[in-house]
Design a protein around this ligand. Structure first.
Ligand code: NAP
Length: 276
């Protein structure tokens, strides 16, 4: 590993909380594999109205090359950046900042990370497929936007009707609001709710709506096996957890900061070591 010196490039992750984030381990493994003189650390940034602006100004002042951004700062950094990608403009949210000589650009790699992970890790091309997304929060919105750009048709199923309508609109003519019964017709089902995590270990989908041939994706990665994925496997559907998306959204951030193809195998090893 290259020793850290005064010339070492710095990147990091901001959030509140942030100490649990896997981003530094993923990105440091990638820097080592690429032999790039860079280091990633976690920066706790307290929740506050001006947190995003402060983080962007800190990047300029301290010469930080890139930041991965997690909750609750995804919206405030999008607003504070000098430039935004089209996806960030659409979503009003970003998970990655890139500092080019003081000009900070906001990117969103969550949705594209899912699309890329499905293709690379599961051989699933969503183009022309019917995808049902359960949920309409931040993760769902990023996924819906990316799925639509990748050529999927999207049905949004969510508890709150107004949020479902707003999320479906992100997909334009490819999006519509649906109900739970629509899930059985979908080629791909994506759970973008926290149902299945921690204190709520239920499945968000009635098992009779699942069938052989479907791809069932749970964005949850802790636990790695949820009730939804157990039910999907039981009917012969392809069950995919949130770890491949976590891996590929981080890989895309690495590529934005370095301009190099991400060493996905080295990064995958970090994920596997952390979740087995
Ligand atoms: P969020 O913004 O809070 O949105 C949560 C969504 O779930 C909302 O649409 C909400 O419905 C719905 N929901 C929550 N509790 C519900 C319940 N009891 N019954 C029915 N609907 C419920 O959360 P988020 O940031 O989008 O995260 C969603 C999930 O994605 C989390 O599990 C998170 O860990 C995961 N995630 C994974 C990755 C990855 O890399 N794998 C990345 C990001 C997020 P309402 O609209 O009605 O409130």
């Amino acid at each position: 590993m290259t020793p850290i010196t005064g010339a070492t490039i710095t990147v990091g992750v901001i959030g509140d909380p942030v100490r649990h984030s896997l981003s530094p381990a993923l990105h440091n493994a990638a820097f080592a594999a690429l032999d790039v003189d860079a280091v990633s650390v976690a920066y706790p940034v307290a929740t506050g109205d001006d947190a995003g602006l402060s983080a962007v100004e800190a990047m300029r002042t301290l010469g930080i090359r890139g930041l991965s951004v997690t909750m609750p700062h995804k919206e405030s950094v999008a607003a504070a950046a000098d430039r935004r990608t089209a996806a960030v403009d659409t979503l009003g949210s970003a998970n990655c900042l890139v500092n080019d000589d003081g000009v900070v650009t906001a990117h969103s790699t969550d949705g594209d990370g899912l699309v890329r992970s499905l293709l690379i890790e599961s051989s699933v091309d969503v183009s022309g497929r019917e995808v049902a997304v359960i949920g309409a929060g931040g993760a769902a919105r990023a996924v819906i936007d990316a799925l639509a750009r990748a050529g999927a048709s999207i049905t949004v199923v969510n508890r709150s009707a107004d949020r479902a309508t707003a999320a479906a609109a992100l997909a334009g003519e490819r999006g519509r609001v649906g109900v739970a019964a629509d899930l059985s017709a979908a080629d791909v089902i994506v759970n973008a709710t926290p149902i299945g995590m921690g204190s709520d270990p239920r499945s968000p989908v009635e098992p009779t709506l699942l069938r052989t041939g479907q791809v069932v994706v749970d964005l949850i990665y802790h636990p790695a096996r949820t009730a939804l994925l157990d039910a999907a496997a039981a009917v012969g559907a392809q069950a995919v957890n949130g770890l491949p998306m976590l891996l590929h959204q981080a890989a895309m951030q690495l590529e934005l900061w370095t301009g190099e193809p991400a060493p996905v195998d080295a990064m995958r090893a970090v994920v596997e070591a952390s979740f087995t």
